[in-house]
Ligand binder design. Structure first.
Ligand SMILES: [Zn+2]
Length: 166
């Protein structure tokens, strides 16, 4: 089934039928995530396994993505795999008898914006301070440490405006 990934899903119907939905999104699709990345490259894989949790529709959402972040030590690109898995229930916050360890999702479950949920999960999975691990190249190039404009370096798209002029 190749429906546009932006199309809203009916979580109520999908939960009743116990359907698993798999979607790929380009990383560039997620504006809030892009703000935190060094490059707008990569793909996001999402697997949403819908089920009924008591009286509520629920979904186990697994997302993975390989993204390029900015190392906060050397300001170079650092590739990281983001992965998260969440148990989400479409119910009012504070509803009684929710499955243990689940989070509630508000909004109309008949018109679920899966992409927005996926982006929320990816944002939560981001490392707070991305940096190279021991064993990865992490160092300022020799002699360039003195007059480095760090404010400029922290804006990954600073050069984009110039590129677009041509
Ligand atoms: Zn580094």
């Amino acid at each position: 089934m190749s429906t546009p990934p932006e199309r809203p899903l009916d979580a109520v119907g999908l939960a009743r039928s116990g359907t698993q939905v798999e979607r790929d999104f380009p990383v560039a699709h997620f504006a809030r995530l892009l703000d935190r990345l060094a490059e707008p490259s990569g793909q996001v894989q999402a697997i949403a396994a819908f089920r009924q949790a008591g009286e509520w529709p629920a979904v186990r959402l697994a997302v993975t993505a390989v993204v390029v972040l900015t190392c906060q030590r050397c300001l170079g690109p650092v590739r990281r795999t983001l992965a998260s898995e969440a148990e989400l229930v479409f119910a009012d916050e504070g509803a009684q008898g929710l499955p243990e360890g689940s989070e509630t999702v508000s909004g109309d479950p008949h018109r679920l914006d899966l992409a927005a949920l996926v982006e929320d999960e990816l944002l939560l999975a981001l490392p707070i301070i991305p940096q190279h691990d021991a064993g990865e190249a992490c160092a300022l190039p020799a002699g360039e440490g003195d007059n480095l404009d760090t404010a400029e370096m922290r804006r990954p798209f600073a050069g984009l405006k110039d590129l677009l002029k041509h």
